[in-house]
Ligand binder design. Sequence first.
Ligand code: PLP
Length: 395
Amino acid sequence: MASKEMFELGSKSSAIRDLFDYGQKQAAIVGKENVFDFSIGNPTVPAPPCVKEAIEDLLNTRASVEIHGYTSAPGDISVRNGLADFMNTTYNAGVRAENFYMTCGAAASLTMSLKALVESPEDEIILIAPFFSEYTVFIQNTGAKRVVLPPDTTHFQIDFAALEHTITPHTRAIIINSPNNPSGTVYTADTYTRLAALLTQKSKEYGHPVYIISDEPYREIIYDDMPILYVPKFYKDTVICYSYSKSLSLPGDRIGYILVPDEVEGAKEIYAAICGAGRSMGFVCAPNLFQKVVLACLGKTSDVAVYDANRQLLYNGLKDMGYECVYPSGAFYLFVKSPEPDAKVFSEKAKALNLLIVPADDFGCPGYVRVSYCVDPDMITRSFTAFQKLIDQYK
Ligand code: PLP
């Protein structure tokens, strides 16, 4: 009747969706202003003005077929040329239009890159906990094995001693995500240097490259003047998966790209396999209009200062109450240690106070919750009474 695997995937609810739905129902009972929903990572800062301006300009000045017709499968060549110039100017990347494939956001970028890289069911893909839970689904789609590296709960960087034993001759790739969802941490130059050294050594030892898939939808959402580091400068065998969902607040418009620099071992074959993955999964020709919108907005972002203000408000507020929080350097998530071992029980206690926070078990990091602060700042302030009541239960 239907694919058992797909049926199960489509029928299973997620902790985030459950909480979000609960919040909607509770709002109808106790009032929207009394529900503090920190469950979802949906950008609340509006897209920058250049987005609306570009849309209006394109609609007013271009022929319908030019902005609504098919582009080539990997994307409009003028868009990819513009992207290459931007990456070369900003990161000295040394890339060309032909290194880019325009996609429907990071989910498509990741699914296609994984599909292109995985050669056999024996292949292993390493995830570093805590990780974006959908990676599991994307890996499942390729038939490869998911291998989870336990979290470094001291710094939320990478536990290199453990990673050394996690890489095997079957390791095909490791997915990294900095700034990170859900921990909010940002990898340091030292972390990239050590990762590159280890992967280079292992690639040599096993006679084939261990690729990095760098998932970067939060690349520009970074605080405290931290530098944005271009991962291929540290490790050449890096495929970048990017999305404008967060940086331009365009998650509903489904636009991003995959970048395979020429230096990547087997770059030509991998790029061709990405084109094949696009064909096989129907991810050809990302939305034409939005390819052109992002070209017009290169280098622009939504107002990150709004997220920064939320970050400081929430982090300082919860720290003062006695919560143990991971210092957030990027993205828009605060990672909080559960005051009891089972974060699911803690999240249920929060729920009873109409405080919706996500247990991190599905992110591969039991004992923590994720508090999403892409929310109305006023809600953060109003939620403090509930957060205080919650922590008081443990005093
Ligand atoms: N990767 C990470 C780390 C994310 O947090 C998300 C979305 O929240 C995605 C990928 C998927 O992003 P997109 O909406 O561009 O598919």
